[in-house]
Ligand binder design. Structure first.
Ligand code: PEP
Ligand code: MG
Length: 659
């Protein structure tokens, strides 16, 4: 029995929709295969299915053989023809839980500072700011070495039983982790994905076949995981490439269970210790006692890596990307690290240690002295209130932002919601998130930025073309306007959330008036749909980010279309100066204080002020005490920044108001 169809699932059989498809296939006794372009794979293996790379609008055939073949084909074809397959109401709730706990901070890398390593020190990527000195805690799990032995058929049978038992142990450990309250929400998704792999027919089945042909179980698992990881690694899809690590992590856990060993655990890390590792896998990280970790030093990882995001979100200073040189730190007793400059010193000499400690002390003193400004409402000399708001990317950061004295949110980066999940977030989940955000800051405004992703950041469920210049490519509002199936659920969610507080919405990467008009037309369409369906909603103010030179040049016209401007100096600087914000070699040019950029900011402010709309700033420059006076003179009345900078900015504004 077989039938062909065109796949309508929005995300294709990628990530979550693939897992769901496999679950459905497994509910039938029949053998089921899916065929694409002449290649057939078992529909009961999510690994095989993901590697087959079935995309939306491609033709596939479902083939089944067995007692319930007709039902199986019918159900699976129905699944493939449903655009929203793989994303149901259950997901909306679980996603919300995931998201609540999601570790997140701006994913965009700040330009690594060019700081020379102290004598005898190492330099890596400054991935999470702060200075730390602490006991070294080296985490280099030993390599697992299989025995070189060939099993007789009888031994092989016994080995398969042993292997099956080890797989069950690993699955049970993961189930336990999933059931535990302590597992941070964002990490739950990671563990769930590993749990799926630990039950996958490809990994388990291929290893079993090797054992049957005489291989030792540990050797079979290592070989199978390596082969699969290589397959994931070679696919032209960054999301699938990242699954290679997951396969290796699961393989390692099965091997350890076979050897009756526990992995070197991070659970015993002493309070304030500096974690040194070549890499920290998702599985380890999800179980690590982050509150106890004083700093992180890693051979792998960059400013946008998983570890960096988690470190920033938990305020842990981190230096990553040291490469093979990280092993020089293995025997260190003590580490001094500078997460601002990206330097690490093993067993620092007294003078180096004293210098680091004095910077830690200074930072603590400064924090303390600034505390009195937290609850101040800063005003310009003429009495105009200057809103000092927070840049955040997850609900988890609300508490810290409120505690820091944020007068609302000037930039909520919604892409983080999309990036750390196995699937696109549903409209309900988004509506809940934005509503929770609005409620937390009411009556202050929360400015939610619509999805701003591009070819440089993988998102499960969105196919990005290979681009020579992703920063000049299909990103931000450009992508959203082409994908109303992704954009409209976000807009509807925002309209629904606006009932619960002071929600404003801004569009990223605008370079043409038509983009604003098209977005507004979609908002109107969404509002009409909600009204028709009797779903409560409220209109929100619409603004644009000014982060392209084009937007600056048409600012007077744009100002007539929108309610506010928010200047995105991170991108505006790179585009005005034609200097890649991620490339340290042109870091000196990437300077917001360059007259060219300051003129662009002044032109924007003038256009906004003359049109009578609010002009704010949410790029990193908004927090610079040296530039704040200039921004206020230009007429900016809102500055949005990371919560840690809020009291310092308020202090600066108060001083200016008195001057
Ligand atoms: C900016 O470009 O200044 C900005 C705030 O957006 P992002 O850093 O997220 O690109
Ligand atoms: Mg930007």
């Amino acid at each position: 029995m077989e039938r062909s169809t065109i796949v309508r699932v929005h995300e294709g059989l990628h990530a979550r929709p693939a897992t769901r498809f496999v679950r459905l296939a497994k509910s039938f006794e029949s053998e089921v295969e899916i065929v694409k372009a002449g290649k057939a794979v078992s529909a009961k293996s999510s690994v095989k299915l993901m590697l087959l790379g079935v995309k939306e609008n491609q033709e596939v055939t479902v083939r089944a053989n067995g007692a319930d073949a007709v039902e199986a084909v019918e159900a699976l074809i129905g699944y493939l023809e449903n655009p929203r397959a793989g994303l149901d109401e259950d997901d909306a709730t679980s996603e919300h839980k995931e998201m609540n706990g999601e570790a997140a901070k701006p994913v965009v890398a700040t330009t690594p500072m060019q700081v020379a390593a102290p004598a005898g020190g190492l330099r890596g990527v400054a991935a999470s700011e702060g200075v730390a000195v602490g006991q070294a805690f080296a985490h280099f799990p030993p390599e697992i070495r299989p025995q070189a032995r060939t099993l007789s058929p009888e031994e092989a049978e016994a080995e398969i039983v042993r292997f099956g038992h080890a797989v069950k142990v690993v699955q049970a450990r993961m189930d336990k982790a999933l059931a535990s309250e302590g597992l941070a929400g964002g990490d739950r998704g990671i563990v769930a994905a590993l749990r799926d792999l630990a039950a996958d027919d490809t990994l388990i089945g291929d290893a079993e076949a090797m054992i049957r042909s005489g291989s030792d179980a540990v050797a079979a698992v290592i070989a199978t995981a390596a082969k699969l990881a290589a397959e994931f690694g070679s696919v032209d899809d960054p999301y699938l490439n990242a699954r290679a690590d997951d396969v290796q992590a699961v393989g390692r856990q099965i091997c350890l269970a076979l050897l009756g060993q526990d992995d070197v655990s991070l659970e015993d890390i002493p309070q304030g210790a500096i974690l040194i590792a070549d890499d920290i896998g998702a599985w380890d990280l999800s179980r690590a006692p982050l509150k106890r970790i004083g700093g992180i030093v890693c051979g792998h990882g960059g400013a946008t890596s998983h570890i960096a995001i988690i470190a920033r979100s938990h305020g842990i200073p981190a230096v990553l990307g040291l490469g093979a040189r990280v092993s020089e730190l293995r025997t260190a007793k003590e580490i001094a690290l500078d997460g601002n400059g990206g330097t690490v010193v093993a067993d620092p000499a007294d003078a180096v240690k004293a210098e680091h400690l004095s910077r830690i002390e200074e930072a603590a003193k400064e924090r303390h002295a600034l505390d009195v400004f937290k609850d101040v409402t800063p005003k310009r000399a003429d009495g105009t209130v200057i809103e000092v708001a927070a840049n955040i990317g997850s609900l988890e950061e609300i508490e810290a932002a409120l505690a820091a004295g944020a007068m609302g949110v000037g930039l909520f980066r919604t892409e983080l919601l999309f990036m750390r999940h196995m699937h696109l977030p549903s409209e309900d989940m988004q509506a809940e998130t934005y509503a929770a955000l609005a409620r937390a800051f009411a009556p202050h405004p929360v400015i939610v930025r619509t999805l701003d992703i591009g070819g440089d950041k993988p998102v499960a469920g969105i196919e990005f073309p290979e681009e020579e210049n992703p920063f000049l490519g299909w990103r931000g509002i450009r992508m959203c306007l082409d994908r109303p199936d992704i954009f409209k659920p976000q807009l509807r969610a925002l309209l629904r959330a606006a009932v619960h507080g002071n929600v404003k919405v801004m569009l990223p990467m605008v370079s043409d008036i038509a983009e604003v008009r098209r977005a507004r037309a979609l908002i109107d369409e969404c509002a009409a749909e909600l009204a028709r369906d009797g779903v409560p909603f409220a209109r929100f103010q619409l603004g644009v980010m000014i982060e392209t030179p084009a937007a600056v040049l048409i600012a007077p016209a744009l100002a007539r279309e929108v309610s506010f401007f928010s200047i995105g100096t991170n991108d505006l600087t790179q585009y005005v100066m034609a200097a890649d914000r991620l490339n340290p070699t042109v870091g000196a040019l990437n300077d917001v204080a360059n007259p060219a950029v300051m003129v662009a900011i002044a032109m924007t402010a003038k256009a906004g002020v003359e049109a009578g709309i609010m002009v704010g700033m949410c790029g990193e420059a908004a927090a610079r005490p040296d530039l704040i006076p200039e921004f206020l003179r230009m007429g900016l009345t809102e500055l949005s920044m990371s919560p840690a900078s809020i009291s310092r900015a308020k202090k600066r504004i108060v001083e200016l108001g008195k001057a």
